[in-house]
Design a protein around this ligand. Structure first.
Ligand SMILES: [Zn+2]
Length: 239
């Protein structure tokens, strides 16, 4: 675990583990691709993750982003009749598609402008893909979704325009989950009246807790999450 909550502060006691001050400290020193690293006692892999084959450093897997995705999908409160729109079909977007399928969702639509990435999204469970360079996202979404916008808009794109567009693409009573990290200096205009009238939620997700990480390890161990063909580069260990 890169990040471990203290389990003793105000935030941990209310289950908001990723807001714990201790959680924000890195459990490894140094980080990155160092041959050796020191690991804080609390960050050491447990027997369960070792059994799943993800314990040792040599076969280490960074599940941090996927844990955050589990947290994000949970917090979207998606249900089986919800139409989900995933903005961005990179690694994050494709794992999100799989997780929405696992947690239970209705139609899953993915938006991107790279045809190969959209094909990959289809292989991983997207019902409909929209190439934003060739199609109008709004009209195509309405066309495939009985004239409605999406109940959950899951935005993985870091561009600020995508955040604004995500709000516009969310249906009444729905939620926008902001996952892509935008610049801290950028903002979008929000009309509180629209949020009241439409009962919209805008949900920010910073990271996943040890509970979400446990879900990820379980899904990987049971091979319910397909990650192998998402690997873009492999390093040979020469140590
Ligand atoms: Zn804490």
């Amino acid at each position: 675990m890169h990040h471990v909550p203290c389990l003793d502060c105000h935030f941990c006691r209310r289950g908001s583990f990723t807001m714990c001050e201790g959680f924000k400290e890195f459990g490894f020193d140094p980080t990155g691709y160092a041959e050796y690293t020191r690991i804080k006692r609390a960050s050491r892999p447990d027997r369960r993750s070792q059994a799943a084959g993800f314990g040792g450093l040599r076969r280490g897997v960074s599940h941090r982003a996927v844990s955050a995705l589990v947290s994000a999908v949970r917090r979207s409160r998606v249900s089986v009749t919800d139409t989900v729109l995933v903005m961005g079909s990179g690694f994050i977007g494709i794992i999100a598609v799989q997780l929405f399928r696992i947690f239970g969702s209705g139609l899953v639509v993915v938006v991107d402008n790279v045809p190969e990435k959209l094909e990959q999204a289809k292989r991983h469970g997207a019902d409909v893909v929209i190439d934003r360079d060739r199609e109008n996202v709004f009209s195509r979404l309405r066309e495939v979704n009985e004239g409605r916008r999406a109940d959950v808009v899951f935005n993985t794109a870091p561009a600020i325009q995508a955040a604004e567009e995500s709000v516009a693409l969310a249906e009444k009573g729905g939620a926008v989950v902001q996952f892509g990290g935008t610049s801290p200096h950028e903002s979008i205009p929000i009309m509180p009246y629209e949020f009241i009238k439409s009962e919209l939620s805008f949900i920010g997700v910073y990271s996943g807790s040890h509970i979400d990480a446990n879900v990820v390890l379980s899904l990987l161990a049971r091979k319910r999450l397909a990650v192998r063909d998402l690997v873009t580069i492999t390093f040979r260990w020469s140590g």
